[in-house]
Design a protein around this ligand. Structure first.
Ligand code: AMP
Length: 214
């Protein structure tokens, strides 16, 4: 399976991706995670990306496309992968298609996780992630047993810098303008599937698995 996950920030793409990884044994490629690591490590890439990320805008296409091409060339992608947070613009989608065509491995599926705009703000402001194992929580809907501590590994929970209210507003606007058109892009390619991203995580996951034959 070579899958693109589409959906607004906070739609639950990352959560469904983590479950798919466990089930299918293929890697998740999250450009957001790669960029956050570069920022934390203080690399030249991280320094370039930081200001875009802090404002909730998009990192330039050329930078992100280069990162993804490098990642797709690694051995663990041979059996398939889940792209989470990439592509986010039409030029990124076109560059991905061109790269995969040259490798003779086109995308098999694009899955859109759909959540009403009104719900997204609450999801994003409540989001917390374990620094160690990346398990996700939400203080409104799926709080950890002990505040600030991961149930799974005891690691410290953190809030992403860009999950603050004013940045979130910008991220949602950027999504509507630049990324939402990709739903039609993949519909046109005949590989789009859509799932409603509201309800229990496990119910959504069951629907996702049956749509993707996973
Ligand atoms: P995410 O974790 O996917 O929400 O990404 C966090 C931030 O990283 C975004 O708000 C962007 O600033 C940046 N980013 C992640 N993926 C991309 C991408 N495909 N294109 C441009 N910027 C990206």
């Amino acid at each position: 399976m070579r899958l693109v996950l589409l959906g607004a920030p906070g739609a639950g793409k990352g959560t469904q991706a983590m479950k798919l990884i466990d089930k299918c044994g293929i890697p998740q490629i999250s450009t957001g995670d790669i960029l956050r690591k570069a920022v934390a490590d203080g690399t030249p890439l991280g320094k370039e990306a930081k200001s875009y990320m802090d404002s909730g805008g998009l990192v330039p296409d050329t930078v992100v496309i280069g990162l993804v091409k490098e990642r797709l060339a690694q051995d663990d992608c041979e059996k398939g992968y889940i792209l989470d947070g990439f592509p986010r613009t039409t030029p990124q989608a076109e560059a991905l298609d061109a790269e995969l065509a040259s490798m003779n491995t086109p995308l098999t599926d694009a899955l859109s996780v759909d959540v009403p705009m009104d719900d997204l703000m609450k999801r994003l402001t409540g989001r917390r992630t374990c620094k160690a194992c990346k398990q996700m929580y939400n203080v409104h809907f799926s709080a950890p047993q002990k505040e600030g501590v991961c149930d799974k590994c005891g690691g410290e929970l953190m809030q992403r810098d860009d999950d603050k209210e004013d940045t979130i507003k910008n991220r949602l606007e950027v999504y509507q303008k630049s990324t939402a058109p990709l739903i039609d892009y993949y519909k046109g390619k005949g590989i789009l599937k859509s799932v409603e991203g509201t309800g229990s995580i496990d119910d959504i996951f069951n629907k996702v698995c049956s749509m993707l034959n996973a």
